[in-house]
Ligand binder design. Structure first.
Ligand code: EPZ
Length: 429
């Protein structure tokens, strides 16, 4: 299994191109199931999760090509991919595939809306918490679907099609918002979704669906209104830049010091996180080509954060911010409110010398003057990358194991960082 070896202590200087957002690309790819025409997505990141979802969609009968080539011949950074779901050959998403990636459960929305049936495996638990699917089921039932859960599968039927309705999410959910917007796009009549997720990925999906002929208002606010249409067509649509990758590299620079241009990044996608990084002492400057992050010499100030749905501080940057706070000149409190078990990085950061105590959903991070390299590993993507940025700032050598988690969500991580002066390399083994 590959690992990443880092010798810490180098400042980061240069340019890091920001890739297309994983969490925008995944629902956009799933939206291809809604039409028999070709959906062309630009700026699709080359990531393990994208490849896995491509295979899952292939199982349903979706054809794809990358700039005229097959995906497996593609090389390099984010690419243009064409998806065509002319004939859906299978409306079942099996356990073997859904259990590998939770987002693949989202195929339930388009399959049900277009074909009147879907049989999708329950995704099961995952490393960051239990992650139930009750909101999806309640929402699809509100649109008239008959749903039964049997043998670990959700069987959903709507032989006469879905019917628009009002649905109030009892809790904000990004995935359930994606699914209900997609399902409502092909339902009869009007659907009003209240307490919907406001994440930029929801807006990106709604813009794509609109280009495909859907009638959607209010995406980006907590009330989304969808007027169903009988069919959607193909479109060409661009994936937004990855706000989590942007925030991760900004925190890396805040931690190591240096001066980096995050090329193509959009500050409006992560204002809460940039504000926290700024308060920690980094200089954040929006420029035409992206965001410039600088920190010269001065120490890191402690900043308390609490995760929240957009526009709050994202849970997907909580681990990385904790890494940054391990070197603060004081004590910071970090509270996780979205997932109940998203502190696996605490123990691993402690292996590098961090002082962190955890009470319930809050971690109290007492900054230390220096971290020391060590072998570490993590069981999810964002926790893994928090160990990478801590390793960049630690003295000596850090080896991050279980790199496949990083490959799920960070395109060319080692290359992007080493081009800015980091001593980082992948070791196969
Ligand atoms: C998306 O997951 C992201 N994944 C996650 O990123 C991100 O952490 C999360 O949103 C929150 O921002 C993708 O976009 C592919 P939720 P999602 O439904 O949609 C509870 C990463 O590292 N809930 O918004 O699955 C749930 O348990 C990943 O890239 C229910 O209770 O998250 C959680 O507590 C990790 N019932 C909360 O809602 C449901 O039916 C928010 O989860 C659904 C969710």
């Amino acid at each position: 299994m590959d690992s990443i070896r880092i010798t810490g202590g180098n400042e980061l200087r240069g340019t890091i191109p920001i890739s297309g957002a994983k969490n925008a690309a995944l629902p956009l790819m799933i939206a291809a199931l809604l039409t028999e025409d070709t959906l062309t997505l630009e700026n699709v990141p080359h990531l393990a999760d994208v490849e896995l979802l491509t295979r899952i969609l292939g199982n349903h009968g979706v054809d794809y090509s990358v700039n005229g080539r097959r995906e497996d011949q593609g090389e390099g950074y984010s690419r243009t991919v064409h998806f065509t779901a002319r004939n859906i050959v299978d409306t079942t998403a099996p356990y073997e595939l859904v259990s590998k990636m939770r987002a693949s459960f989202w195929v339930i929305g388009p399959l049900l809306a277009r074909l009147g049936q879907a049989r999708v495996s329950l995704p099961g638990g995952c490393a960051i918490g239990t992650r139930p699917v009750d909101l999806f089921i309640d929402g699809l039932r509100a649109l008239g679907a008959r749903i039964e859960i049997e043998g670990g599968y959700v069987q959903a039927d709507a032989p006469k099609g879905l019917v628009g309705n009002r649905f109030v999410f009892p809790k904000v959910s990004v995935g359930a918002t994606h699914v209900l917007v997609m399902a409502a796009a092909l339902a009869r009549g009007e659907t009003v979704l209240e307490n919907a997720a406001r994440e930029p990925e929801v807006v990106n999906l709604a813009e794509c669906l609109t280009a495909m002929g859907a009638r959607i208002e209010g995406a980006g606010t907590s009330t989304i209104t969808v007027s169903g249409v009988p069919a959607l067509s193909g479109a060409v649509h661009r994936v937004i830049p990855d706000r989590i990758e942007t925030g991760t590299y900004a925190m890396a620079v805040a931690m190591t010091g240096g001066d980096v241009l995050l090329e193509g990044a959009r500050p409006d996608l992560l204002e809460a996180a940039l504000e926290a990084i700024g308060r920690a002492g980094a200089e954040i400057t929006p420029v035409n080509s992206g965001i410039r992050v600088r920190r010269n010499g001065a120490g890191i100030a402690p900043v308390d954060v609490s995760t929240a749905p957009f526009p709050g501080f994202p849970t997907d940057l909580q681990a990385q911010f904790m890494a940054l706070m391990t070197r603060a000149g004081g004590t910071a409190r970090i509270t996780e409110t979205i997932f109940e078990n998203r502190f696996m990085h605490v123990q691993e950061l402690a292996r590098l010398g961090a002082r962190i105590s955890q009470t319930g959903q809050t971690a109290v991070v007492e900054g230390v003057p220096r971290l020391k390299g060590a072998p570490v590993m993590a069981t999810d993507l964002r926790a893994s990358v928090s160990l990478v940025i801590a390793g960049l700032a630690a003295e000596g050598e850090t080896v991050v194991n279980r790199v496949y988690h990083l490959d799920r969500g960070f395109e060319r991580l080692e290359e992007k960082l080493s081009r800015c002066g980091a001593a980082i390399e992948r070791q196969s083994g």
